[in-house]
Design a protein around this ligand. Structure first.
Ligand code: ADP
Length: 666
């Protein structure tokens, strides 16, 4: 066994690899940039070594620095994780020269699969079904239009060097091909330093289903079933699960066989993933092969019991796989939710800042259920502009899909994150969405179900009632605390009264609080009575309630005039009033929101790359007004309705902050 390995990565994946190395008794070396001095992976590793400034090109992407760090610390092998150097063939080649082992596939396999065009050619030769299209480079926009017409609309323009959903655009007509061609080219050149494009048929409403494979250096190659990754936003995965609700045994075997065939054709060893899109008739088409550990690998580990990082380490040492295809049994159901520092209420814009609160749910491993949280952050840590905005990967496992979903809903409710915008409410919303629950999903799920963006969750009546009961109980508790402080008697109903009115999400409910000893009984006008127990200490945001015998977690903050409550993806203002307060509030003026319809505010921190209108210009709804580059993505800001530009306040190449005024309209 290796004595010491270095992890050429950061964040959750570095921490996850360190965990397995520890289990195997291998010492670990973390590398870190100046921005990561206090990060979790540095704390978890046996040794840590600084490899330079925050900028990735000068640290995590520098092959020389990583090799220097390995030599300095005497690490025998390097695990690259995902991203960064993991799929750069120059890296293992450089390691080979200095006698350090790369924990990953052979250079040849990385190289041939790293390029989407080459890999498609290879797949075709190996008898794998590929998306119909033009497997070749597109030199200019005229050729792009010609090729697209030949393939037949809709088409997808893709970057050959692509990854992470970047550099791809769907086009439904010639005009969109022209626009998409330049947008993809720019994005590809910014993200990969390689702007080669190709075009293929756009499969409408497909599912994204991928096969995990493992191969050793003794010609043993097998697959570990599929992962369904159809819940995507802008072609980036958000929620994954294993197995897939769509795949029967026969399709699974066929996809598995093709994945292994392709892997064999390139002499693959180590862990890898063959991605397919699957149409509604279960026809599947090869998309690409990822020659590394995937972000979503935990769901496969949870249903197969195989530790993929352990296998990668053993394979790198020349060991044989200790199991064969028939030993792989898919057991139960696993779901992964990716928690990102991005604000779902502002079109998922990346959010940066300090995690003033970071309290994940407790991890659990029981025979009936598992909660696993892969993370690389700690409370007080920072989500910076330099790196991926992923905060954690929360996974649940149970015997069945409904149970795994229920467990995920509860775990998301238990997750506390404050200080940065995050997508917890959105993840909760998907987990509670009837179509997701039914399993009828495609890669267009988010686009179809959240047209016009995510505006939060509207709770069902029974959920609203739970919130009402919970908050009335908290409110009374607070009132009692106040009266204790002023030295008044401690019989709550005598002091604070038993008649209240709760308003949640526009629903006003008069309630009677009929008892309080160890629990609060809340009675509604229709005579339903809810029995509420809870534990709460001043300063707690997460409050655990037992209402009519069931457990619920609500996040409750005191705000002016009431409570802010977050529950199952809903973000609510709840007010609890006495009847006198109700009368008085009817006389108050309502506060109006600011009118922003006459201005274009920058929705994210970024760089203005183009301003597409001039002062005095008339514009139509949907017309591009300007483009902002943020986190290496080109974001086009379009007009929400027709109008006339009055003044332009931003300039091309200017860095602007969130909510900064870009232009005003007449
Ligand atoms: P990346 O390497 O950037 O992740 P992929 O080729 O794996 O790019 O595609 C990412 C996602 O884009 C897929 O999961 C799928 O949702 C969508 N996609 C890619 N190609 C097509 C296509 N031809 N038709 C429909 N959707 C596609």
């Amino acid at each position: 066994m290796f004595k010491k390995i270095l992890i050429a990565n950061r964040g959750e994946i570095a921490c996850r690899i360190i965990k397995t190395a520890k289990k195997l008794g291998i010492k670990t070396v973390a590398v870190y940039s100046d921005a990561d001095l206090n990060s979790l992976h540095v704390q978890m590793a046996d040794e840590a070594i600084n490899i330079g400034p925050a900028l990735v090109s000068a640290s995590y992407l520098s092959i020389e620095k990583i090799i220097w760090a390995a030599q300095e610390t005497g690490a025998e092998a390097i695990h690259p994780g995902y991203g960064f150097l993991s799929e750069n063939p120059k890296f293992p080649r450089a390691l080979e020269k200095v006698g350090i082992i790369f924990i990953g596939p052979p250079v040849k396999a990385i190289k041939s699969m790293g390029d989407k065009i080459t890999s498609k050619e290879l797949a075709k030769k190996a008898g794998v079904s590929i998306v119909p299209g033009h497997i070749g480079l597109i030199k200019d926009v005229e050729e792009a239009v010609q090729v697209s017409k030949k393939i037949g609309y809709p088409v997808m323009i893709k970057a050959s060097a692509g990854g992470g959903g970047k550099g791809m655009r769907v086009a439904w007509n010639d005009k969109e091909v022209e626009e998409g061609f330049y947008a993809s080219k720019n994005e590809a050149s910014n993200s990969f330093g390689d702007d080669r494009l190709f075009i293929e048929k756009y499969i409408v409403d497909p599912r994204h289903i991928e096969i995990q494979i493992l191969g050793d250096c003794h010609n043993n190659l097998l697959h570990l079933g599929e992962r369904e990754c159809s819940i995507q936003r802008r072609n980036q995965k958000v929620i994954e699960e294993a197995p897939s609700t769509f795949i029967d045994e026969e399709t699974r075997n066929k996809m598995g066989e093709q994945a292994c065939k392709l892997a064999k054709a390139v002499g693959y060893t180590s862990a890898g993933t063959v991605e397919f899109i699957v149409d509604k008739d279960k026809n599947f088409y090869f998309l690409e092969m990822n020659t590394r550990l995937q972000v979503e690998h935990p769901v496969t580990e949870l249903i197969t019991g195989v530790d993929l990082v352990e296998e990668m380490i053993k394979i790198a040492q020349g060991k044989r796989l200790s199991f064969v295809q028939d030993d792989i049994k898919l057991n139960g159901w696993a779901i992964e939710s990716r928690l990102y520092a991005e604000d779902p209420y502002r079109n998922f814009l990346p959010s940066i800042g300090r995690l003033t609160r970071y309290r994940p749910p407790n991890e659990l491993t029981l025979s009936e259920l598992v909660i696993r949280n892969d993370t690389g952050v700690t409370e007080g840590g920072e989500i910076s502009i330099f790196y991926d905005p992923m905060i954690a990967k929360l996974c649940t496992w149970a015997n069945s899909r409904p149970e795994a979903i229920k467990l995920m809903r509860d775990a998301l409710d238990d997750f506390e994150i404050e200080g940065v915008g995050h997508n917890l409410p959105f993840l909760s919303a998907v987990m509670g969405h009837a179509r997701f629950i039914s399993g009828d999903i495609t890669t267009a799920f988010i686009e179809n179900e959240y047209q016009g963006g995510f505006v939060g969750v509207t709770l069902e009546e029974d959920e609203l009632r739970l919130v009402s009961s919970a908050i009335v109980s908290i409110h009374i508790f607070n009132e009692v605390r106040k009266s204790n402080i002023s030295g008044r008697v401690n019989d709550i109903l005598e002091v604070v009264g038993g008649d209240w009115q709760v308003s949640v999400q526009g629903v006003e409910s008069p309630v009677k609080v009929v008892k309080n000893k160890n629990e609060v009984l809340v009675q509604y006008a229709d005579l339903e009575t809810q029995r509420v127990n809870f534990k709460w200490l001043p300063g707690d945001i997460l409050v655990k309630f037992i209402i009519n015998g069931e457990n619920y977690s609500l996040k409750v903050n005191n705000i002016i005039g009431g409570y802010r409550v977050r529950f199952r993806g809903a973000d609510l203002k709840v007010q609890v009033k006495t009847s006198r307060q109700v009368q008085m509030s009817l006389l108050m003026l309502e506060k109006k929101d600011m009118d922003t319809s006459k201005s274009l505010l920058c929705p994210m921190p970024g760089l203005v790359t183009s301003i597409d209108v001039m002062e005095g210009d008339e514009f139509e709804q949907g017309q591009t007004l300007c483009t902002i580059e943020a986190m290496k993505m080109e974001n086009t800001l379009k007009a929400e309705k027709r109008g006339v530009v009055k003044t332009i306040l931003a300039q091309v190449n200017q860095s602007i902050s969130v909510d900064q005024l870009i232009m005003e309209f007449e």
